[in-house]
Design a protein around this ligand. Structure first.
Ligand SMILES: [Zn+2]
Length: 245
């Protein structure tokens, strides 16, 4: 009896070892990365974009000019193309209440604009559980930094992943410097919107948030309006944020 138990134990152990060996052997790094990039590519199409809208930018896909989808992002589960798809890619409730932005030294000269943008998201009012703050420590959710994005692009946000805010906002500082204060802070407000899951209001296709119209000329989240668009969140922008959080 004792011997057979030992034999059984040894068989089970061998099986476990074999299983773990073959598991390791099946997990080379490069194909996993590529698989995830493919998933992200498919996910972006599920959001309503065509393949032609998706630009490969090395470690991320860029959509609609200024929304980054990192190739290593967590793609939310979901099969149907419904509003529910949205809920899979927004911040968790706890994370939405504590969105921490760290300002890279390259952006401190635009602190007043950043503060104005943060204030817009913090003063939506109504039933919303969203709070954005500026932090200086080593723990943060979003890094905002100056990046030369070329002519025509004011800034670039990053879509959320794994229940967390997108981790990077790039601002084309020299390019937006000649703009008015209101327009400079608009760019930052707009990119923060992407990092907390809000897409472009005037995007073709995609998911409409309940209670908002198909077009909203006053939306700060309209695309392609660098230095010309709304400088304060529209009522429907606020309804969109309230619906998400
Ligand atoms: Zn945008």
């Amino acid at each position: 009896m004792k011997k057979s138990l030992q034999t059984l134990t040894s068989i089970v152990l061998s099986a476990l070892l074999l299983a773990s060996c073959s598991k390791n052997a099946e997990a080379p790094v490069a194909p996993e990365k590529k698989d995830n990039a493919d998933k992200v590519f498919t996910y972006i199409q599920r959001l309503g974009f065509s393949q032609n809208d998706i630009v490969d930018n090395g470690d991320a896909y860029i959509v609609d000019g200024d929304i980054r989808f990192p190739k290593d992002m967590e793609v939310p589960d979901g099969k149907a193309t419904t509003e529910q798809q949205w809920t899979g890619s927004k911040l968790t409730a706890a994370n939405a209440l504590n969105v921490r932005i760290k300002v890279d030294p390259s952006m401190t000269s635009m602190m007043p604009e950043i503060n104005s943008a943060v204030n817009q998201w913090n003063t939506i009012g109504g039933a919303i559980a969203l709070h954005v703050s500026i932090v200086t420590g080593t723990s943060y959710d979003i890094l905002i930094k100056d990046t030369n994005l070329g002519a025509g692009i004011c800034g670039m946000g990053t879509f959320p992943s794994g229940g967390k805010a997108g981790n990077l906002i790039q601002i084309n500082k020299a390019y937006i410097a000649p703009n008015s204060f209101a327009q400079r802070q608009r760019t930052i407000t707009h990119e923060i919107g992407h990092n907390i899951s809000i897409m472009h209001t005037n995007q073709t296709g995609g998911m409409q948030i309940p209670g908002t119209p198909i077009t909203d000329a006053n939306s700060l989240m309209n695309a392609g309006q660098c230095n010309s668009g709304a400088t304060v969140l529209s009522n429907f922008d606020k309804i969109a944020a309230q619906w998400l959080y």
